[in-house]
Design a binder for this molecule. Structure first.
Ligand SMILES: *Cc1c(COP(=O)(O)O)cnc(C)c1O
Length: 225
């Protein structure tokens, strides 16, 4: 499938999900996750009108960046090792996986301008998942208040590994509720306007529950054909 055709399908589904819950498609930003595919396929996505790209490893980000440059908005979406921060600073416009103070310290130290970050939350409580527990998120964000190179743009989560829609939905709902609590705290470092949730298999549910950034790999860029 051409990326353009996949993109059309996804846009139709976004519209459908928006109708279900009274939102508008303009509220939702598609991040094309290109970690499985070649730079050529990523270039095709750019050509098709994708503006935002996500990678989960520094090597992948740098390889794609080398070809596509500053035209796209770059998102780092994977687990980020502290020692890799220096490789992506100045390239990644968003980091979706802030989940510990030591990582925040390194970003603070390396960045020359404020970096837009999402706090990754383990909303499902699955042991295999990275992220701060929902109970600790507000405290964690307060701990970062002195870090002027970090803006908490929002929260990010990965849905639990299950086919059960109800379980997936309740994880997303939990993230939305947490966002509201953080916004109510009125912290200067944490406008927390965005919710990064929803992937190829669950983005419609995520949209119904308030996602503003959906991260789509397989369904959008898929395997190279
Ligand atoms: C790979 C990945 C995605 C995209 O997954 P698909 O199921 O292929 O859409 C989204 N978010 C993160 C953090 C990922 O690692």
């Amino acid at each position: 499938m051409k990326v353009a055709d996949n993109l059309n399908n996804i846009k139709n589904k976004i519209e459908e999900a928006c109708e279900m819950c009274g939102r508008t498609p303009e509220e939702i930003k598609i991040v094309a996750v290109t970690k499985y595919v070649s730079t050529e396929r990523a270039a095709e996505a750019l050509e098709a009108g994708i503006t935002d790209f996500g990678e989960n490893r520094d090597e992948g980000l740098l390889a794609k960046y080398e070809h596509l440059g500053d035209k796209p908005v770059w998102h780092f979406i994977g687990t980020l090792q502290t020692r890799k921060v220096k490789n992506i600073i100045g390239i990644a416009d968003y980091i979706h996986s802030l989940d510990r103070v030591s990582l925040a310290e390194e970003i603070q130290k390396r960045a020359h301008t404020p970096v837009k970050c999402f706090v990754q939350v383990n909303a499902s409580g699955e042991e295999s998942k990275h992220g701060i527990s929902p109970d600790e998120a507000l405290y964690f964000i307060k701990e970062l208040s002195g870090f002027d190179n970090i803006i908490i743009e929002g929260l990010m989560t990965m849905a639990p590994l299950t086919e059960e829609e109800g379980i997936i939905r309740s994880a997303f709902r939990k993230l939305k509720k947490l966002q509201q609590e953080i916004q109510a705290a009125g912290l200067k470092n944490a406008p927390c306007r965005e919710l990064s949730m929803g992937m190829s298999n669950d983005f419609m549910i995520a949209i119904e529950e308030g996602a503003t950034f959906i991260r789509i790999g397989t369904a959008l860029v898929g395997e190279d054909s």
